[in-house]
Design a protein around this ligand. Structure first.
Ligand SMILES: Cc1cc2nc3c(=O)[nH]c(=O)nc-3n(C[C@H](O)[C@H](O)[C@H](O)COP(=O)(O)OP(=O)(O)OC[C@H]3O[C@@H](n4cnc5c(N)ncnc54)[C@H](O)[C@@H]3O)c2cc1C
Length: 408
């Protein structure tokens, strides 16, 4: 198992539970990559993926670097342009509805699979079952949710549209600078994503799994095995699962597997609340694209997206753009850390992950590209790929998450 993020660690637990001898290899500790810094929302109730902005005004604001929704490095745009065009095409309403339908079986299992794993791992104390709240400052922004709410009704996903007073009754520390809200009641939130992945890793160890330090880029064929070099020496395995999140192309590229992955970078920073102000669930300020998430470390603000090379230096300018709106919404005090944290969401244009056998490589499996939903889908992915690898009828059809969809 290469990669000990929330996805790889969950896969490792599921494989170990099925009696396989599993080693989990990472160059850092479990959960210290992208899985460290998310907003902590297990959003199995999500309908549409994050889409390309449809408002011309918003696009102009993004282009002028005034919008908190997105930032970009100009020199990077030519490299990411083909990906952006495909993402734009996948953001047409009919394609979004198709994505919502093909993702539903996986998303529908997301919360239950986390609950099961957390119960085994003794990690339930990190969960809060109060859903999450999306706020809309304008009537237009709320009206634009109509199709999503209709689809949610078709899928049987619980939500409660609220007016300002209704939302303030749930979160009294907010200021009423918004007009509408939707409370997605089925979401679970996590107060420390790193601790959660570590707890799943400890469960893996308790099942007899071993965790090793190593560089996945050393992966190569050795006779009929796959071999990777670790701090404890070379490790051979008949099957390898690659779950390296945004770093996956570093390993599959040299094996001749090219898949259209890009990263949407995102930042977080914790703030102390002023006085006794508190939040009981994550809150999205929809028009500004940031989330306020209550964490053990403080109120974690996560930003919208940034299109830039994965390894380029951080440019957390979105905080300058969003902080006035965030301070207007919630009484934020001082930041906890001197600098924001930077992560990279591994994203395919169609917002689906790859959970699949690798093409043309015997014994190689792929579990990556979970984009905005990696925390949500880690355990469901773990179960699905473990069922595929052990020849059990999978709990849902894995075809929509295959690599064939990129053929041609
Ligand atoms: C700001 C932000 C907010 C988010 N909010 C949410 C949210 O609320 N809900 C949600 O569901 N998702 C959210 N996400 C997305 C989610 O965090 C990711 O999709 C998820 O963490 C990806 O997990 P992963 O296991 O695939 O990757 P990672 O966690 O990045 O794991 C990959 C692992 O591979 C290891 N690795 C890389 N290269 C090598 C190498 N050469 N050798 C050995 N090891 C290597 C890394 O050390 C890392 O541990 C958010 C993301 C961001 C950035």
């Amino acid at each position: 198992m290469l990669g000990a993020g929330i996805v790889g660690t969950s896969v490792a637990v599921h494989l170990a539970k099925r009696g396989l001898a599993v080693a989990l290899v990472d160059r850092q500790g479990p959960g210290e990559g992208t899985s460290y810094g998310n907003a902590g929302i297990i959003e199995g109730n999500t309908v549409f993926p994050a889409a390309f902005p449809s408002s011309f005004t918003e696009l102009v604001r993004i282009a002028l670097k005034r919008s908190p929704l997105a930032n970009y490095h100009l020199a990077f745009l030519p490299r990411v342009a083909p990906w952006l065009m495909a993402f734009h095409a996948a953001s047409r309403l009919d394609r979004l509805i198709e994505t919502a339908r093909v993702m539903r079986p996986l998303l529908a299992r997301a919360v239950a699979e986390h609950e099961a794993l957390a119960a085994e791992a003794g990690a339930e104390r990190h969960f809060s079952r109060r859903g999450w709240l999306k706020l809309y400052r304008t009537d237009n922004a709320f009206a634009a949710q109509a199709t999503e709410l209709e689809l949610a009704a078709q899928f049987g996903i619980a939500n409660v549209p609220l007016n300002r007073e209704g939302a303030l009754a749930l979160e009294p520390a907010l200021n009423g600078v918004f007009r509408h809200a939707v409370h997605w009641t089925g979401a679970v939130s996590v107060n420390n994503p790193l601790a959660l992945t570590r707890a799943y890793a400890a469960r893996f160890a308790a099942l007899g799994g071993i965790t090793l330090a190593g560089d996945a880029r050393t992966l190569h064929r050795s006779n009929s095995y796959w071999r990777v070099d670790t701090a404890s020496g070379p490790l051979d395995a008949g099957d390898v699962v690659i779950a390296l999140g945004p770093w996956t192309p570093d390993v599959i590229g040299p094996l001749g597997i090219k898949l259209p992955l890009a990263v949407k970078r995102g930042y977080h920073r914790h703030f102390r609340p002023q006085g006794n102000a508190a939040l009981s669930r994550p809150v999205l300020d929809a028009e500004n694209g940031y989330v306020l998430a209550p964490m053990e470390q403080g109120i974690r603000i996560t930003t919208g997206v940034e299109f830039a090379a994965r390894d380029a230096a951080p440019t957390p300018v979105q905080f300058d753009r969003l902080l006035p709106a965030a301070r207007e919404l919630f009484p934020l005090g001082e930041p906890v850390e001197p600098q924001p944290w930077l992560g990279a969401r591994p994203c395919f244009t169609d917002s689906r992950p790859v959970i699949s056998r690798a093409p043309r490589q015997r014994g190689l499996w792929l579990a990556f590209g979970h984009g905005h939903w990696g925390l949500t889908l880690g355990p469901a992915t773990g179960r699905l790929i473990a069922e595929m690898m052990t020849g059990v009828t999978p709990f849902c059809d894995p075809k929509p998450y295959g690599t064939d969809r990129f053929a041609g």
